[in-house]
Ligand binder design. Sequence first.
Ligand code: GLA
Length: 390
Amino acid sequence: MPRSGAIAVFVASAWLTIFAQQPGKLAATPPMGWNSWNHFNKQVDDATIRAQADAMVASGMRDAGYLYVNIDDTWEGERDAQGIIHANSKFPDMKALADYVHSKGLKLGIYSSPGTKTCAKYEGSYGHEEQDAQTYADWGIDYLKYDLCSLRDMMKDAPTPEAAHKMMLEAYTKMHKALLKTGRPIVYSLCQYGNDAVWKWGGSVGGNLWRTTGDISDRYARMAEIGFAQAGLAKYSSPGRWNDPDMLEVGNGGMNAEEYRTHMSLWAILAAPLLAGNDLTKMTPETVALLTNRNVIAIDQDSAGIPGDRVSAEGPTEIWARPLADGSKAIGLFNRHPQPMEMRVSFRQLGFSGPVQVRDVWGGKDLGTVQDEYQGRVPGHGVILLRVAK
Ligand code: GLA
């Protein structure tokens, strides 16, 4: 390489490093990736992670924006005499695994708890926060999900609810500071099931995202319960500080295509993290299409980073809208009833005056100019997702 080229590369990479390390720039849009828990549960190992990383590339998911490959609970082994945590035998060489994932243009995430034990009763980080953060950084970890788990038991011994709350905030802050001290940009994901209105303080303890709910499952009723319960929380979510209604179940088989479209559409309107939770090595073309729809992902990842919220609800039908950077709006007409329902939306009521251009997002079709109202038949448990511009 000529000298000027080498200098340019050096300057560019130094600039990128500085940029990536600015805390405000981490998770500038909701994190996208994959997590082992929903599908593999405790059956996750090194080979699984490599295979998922391979499949993320081969399926086109990486090119659609999915980036993080996250190991959830059950990787943890013993601490040595110095207190350093080691992975268990399922993960013989975490650094080599991180190198492999990075070689695919992806990033690696890991999981721990501020308590002594994780939710699956593996070793937590209590009393070893700085050591663990440094170990993760040494391995090349890019994302940490920090799950309350057994710290809840310790909180029960606190003299007052206020003292218990303070204990939790201090525990989350401690790991945030430990991560910062490593100098490595590591996305910090809080998981404490939405207790104590985490959306009000998750950012103050350094969280880039925080779970707003208990665990999702691969059933419409649970997904809908969680997703639609996000109404009113939009104002607490912004670039680098996202509400997280839990990971995706798309492709796990417990919902039909309409229901999974509802799942993706609602998460996109909410500006929720998109962490796939299925087996990426065994996807039908339909699952790939659901997960990689560019127009849906563009809504989720919109650069303005303003989450949408519920506009109205009438019986089992709900209208949600999200303002987008180009002045257009994503509008979801959701039908929570199992049978199809006619739904109507007035664009004037959504802040537009005069005729608008309407696009059917999932259908990938321009519906042309519409004067004021749109009316459509929404499938049972389904959605019509529109992108509306002046
Ligand atoms: C909790 C979390 C889940 C998962 C499990 C792992 O239940 O909410 O997302 O991380 O722990 O044990």
